[in-house]
Design a protein around this ligand. Structure first.
Ligand code: ADP
Ligand code: MG
Length: 681
């Protein structure tokens, strides 16, 4: 008997079951044992028929009053109805297509039931409940584990498999060093696993859970540190000359750097002057001025004789960047070019030739710059803007266009520090936590449908004063049952209301090129009010736009609302964000109020995380983070903090994880990361 035995050693697991389990990455008994319940169904408290809630699973203890088969006795499909009662009242059990069950019940019999009570023509019913008769083998009471499943596998089958694997629990040995076990009060892993699968007592489940969350996070964190260390210690990158400064650039600037920008650049500069390749994430709220920090890094790189490339998630952002870069760099004699999707073949070929010969020092573009025919003479720096839009893979492809170039990634998605360390485990992090001086805080208001007229008037007045406005509507999905206003509808409403005002419309069905053109006219001040679905790109910079109206704001994630709001408040004038909520529900209210009361992206992100969880927000898969079986990066943040210190220590002492005491850890890292991340283990 061995934990690494194939799952097929278990009774009843044949080729077909094996295939189904494989879909869940369960191949060995160990894999099965480490597949944990997502939650527990609490079937310990008995409810009474007349007091029990409808449509929720409840546990009842009843006595059978009578039974009858409806319809013709020759009809196999005739439903079986069993009348049962407890001290408060009675209830009808309904079993369709189950004539054979008739013999199971008799008047006076005691039954335990588990199921949902529904109301049918004023009669309480339970359709196909789970039931237990005195003497039946499987009890239906207690705490029941609820497992993640896949098609072709039922909860009952999974529970049964776990039962078959129970004899293997004893083989799980303690693998953490005694100091860690003692310091953190961890129970033995075999005890933990048994109690997670077979919850006899809540206290034991909690003890077990703590242990398993702890070890899972330790494996995750150590794995990520290992990868980071590997990148750092094995690669030799480009080392830029310490004596080359960026003063000309700074002297040419229209503004002073903020403290946050200075600090971030200092950290970047140190990386650039080191022989190890830079791998740094710059995180800064919308409008904190990340672009100029990237420009400084590019300038230093170019002055040292290398090329730089900047990748933006959309053509529009790329165009915005090239405009800024040209303005800032051309006076200094640096050639910047945009590789655009709309270039003519000949134009493109010439540009690529110049790039290959080193005549172009800075290239900007969308992910189109990953294409194989884009070659550099000597690529020294790769910048990706709005990193969360790109996967690790895309970043890596771009990096391979040079010989271990420095890498700078920028994101406006505010990520709580602990989580950032996990998500960007392979990156160092700089945070720009200051906004440029003179920004007026955006005034945010929460309004409902009844104020629509007033809001429209307000927008018109501001536009007449020379400001520009965004009106954003959520994307309408076909499945939408609830009425949501579409961008088109709003546009049709505004046109007659606003004579003399130039209104633009961007909607989901448009081609990217059409969208970009309209966005560009807005940027150039040729459109006063832009009505759109959520295509207003992150990062677009229109300082004259001071009004942001968001329709059906309850449809947006908090972080998304924050991003949208960040489109205004970029100039001298007072800016406004008006959230129009289509729901007065409690949760909607709570979320909306967070937006009204906070302008801090980090605070909003924390709240968003609590409401939605990290997977949904950051697409953890995209970041190359393996799926977790029991730990929750948000709820278990305290454990994560403890574990981080321990993981740092382990990697410090044994960077290759080759010492005997780290072998199991190494194995578990391999098990967790699989082929998602290449480990040199
Ligand atoms: P983001 O961090 O959202 O990418 P940007 O780099 O687009 O922000 O900068 C937002 C705006 O702030 C730009 O118009 C930029 O020129 C301006 N800006 C950046 N840094 C400063 C600063 N230190 N002082 C004043 N304005 C600044
Ligand atoms: Mg930006």
């Amino acid at each position: 008997m061995n934990l690494n035995d194939s799952i097929q050693v278990l009774k009843g697991v044949g080729a077909k079951r094996k295939e189904i389990l494989e879909k869940m990455n369960i191949r060995t008994v160990k894999d099965l044992v480490y597949t944990f319940p997502r939650k527990y169904e609490d079937r310990r408290t008995v409810s009474y028929i007349m007091n029990a809630p409808f449509n929720e699973d409840v546990l009842l203890e009843v006595i059978v009053v009578s039974k009858k088969l409806q319809g013709s006795p020759y009809n196999k499909k005739a439903p079986l109805k069993v009348l049962v009662e407890d001290s408060t009242g009675n209830l009808e059990l309904v079993f369709f297509n189950a004539k054979y069950l008739a013999g199971y019940f008799f008047p006076g019999q005691q039954l335990t039931l588990f199921g949902k009570i529904t109301l049918n023509n004023g009669r309480r019913q339970m359709v196909h409940p789970e039931f237990h008769r005195t003497g039946d083998k499987d009890d239906i009471r207690g705490l029941f584990p609820v497992y993640p499943l896949t098609e072709g596998l039922t909860q009952g089958q999974m529970r049964n498999l776990q039962l078959l694997a129970e004899p293997y629990h004893g083989l799980i040995r303690e693998w953490l060093p005694p100091e860690i076990v003692d310091d953190n009060n961890l129970c033995p892993p075999s005890y933990a696993v048994t109690n997670i699968h077979f919850p006899s007592e809540e206290r034991r489940v909690l003890e077990g859970r703590y242990r398993l969350v702890f070890e899972e996070l330790l494996i995750l964190q150590t794995g990520l540190f290992y990868i980071k260390k590997g990148i750092k210690s094995f690669q030799k990158g480009i080392k830029l000359d310490k004596n080359v400064g960026v003063d000309e650039f700074l002297n040419n600037m229209r503004f002073q750097l903020t403290e946050g920008q200075k600090r971030a650049y200092k950290e970047i500069e140190a990386d650039l002057e080191d022989s190890r390749p830079m791998n740094r994430l710059v995180q800064g709220d919308v409008g904190s001025g990340k672009t100029v920090v990237a420009e400084l890094a590019m300038y230093k790189t170019v002055k040292c004789g290398f090329q730089a490339v900047m990748m933006a998630p959309t053509e529009l952002l790329a165009r915005q960047h090239i405009e800024t870069l040209k303005k800032d760099f051309e006076p200094l004699g640096v050639r910047c070019e945009l590789l655009s999707g709309s270039m003519k073949v000949k134009e493109r070929r010439e540009l690529l030739e110049d790039l290959k010969e080193g005549k172009i020092q800075i290239l900007v573009g969308t992910h189109a710059i990953i294409q194989p025919d884009v070659e550099f003479a000597d690529l020294g720096l790769v910048v990706t803007d709005e990193q969360h839009r790109f996967g690790v893979e895309q970043r890596n492809l771009l990096t391979r266009k040079g010989k271990d170039p420095n890498v700078l990634v920028m994101t406006a998605t505010p990520i709580p520090r602990t989580l950032a360390v996990i998500l960007f485990g392979d990156l160092d992090i700089s945070i720009i936590d200051t906004l440029p001086k003179g920004r007026k805080p955006i005034k945010t208001f929460l309004r409902y449908e009844e104020s629509r007229n007033k809001i429209y008037d307000f927008v018109r007045d501001k536009v007449k004063e020379g400001s520009q406005a965004y009106v954003v509507a959520p994307l309408i999905e076909e499945s939408d049952a609830i009425k949501v206003r579409s961008a088109e509808e709003i546009y049709d409403e505004l046109v007659p209301r606003y004579p003399g005002v130039r209104i633009g419309l961007v909607h989901g069905a448009m081609k990217p090129k059409e969208k970009d053109e309209i966005m560009l006219s807005f940027k150039n001040g040729e459109i006063d009010v832009l009505v759109s679905t959520v295509v207003i790109e992150v990062g677009i910079d229109v300082p004259n736009a001071t009004i942001m109206v968001i329709e059906n704001c309850e449809r947006f994630g908090l972080a998304q609302l924050h991003q949208l709001r960040g489109r205004v408040g970029r100039g001298e004038k007072q800016s406004y964000c008006i959230l129009i909520s289509g729901s007065k529900g409690e949760i909607a209210e709570k979320r909306n109020n967070i937006m009204v009361s906070s302008s801090d992206g980090f605070v909003i992100a924390e709240e968003d995380l609590k409401l939605r969880g990290p997977g949904e927000i950051f697409g953890t898969r995209q970041h190359g983070i393996p799926e977790l079986g029991i730990a929750d990066l948000v709820k278990n943040v305290d454990i994560l903090n403890k574990v981080r210190v321990i993981a740092e220590d382990i990697i410090e002492k044994d960077p290759a994880l080759s010492e005997p005491e780290d072998l199991e850890l190494r194995d578990r890292i391999r098990m967790m990361f699989g082929d998602k991340i290449s480990l040199n283990l």
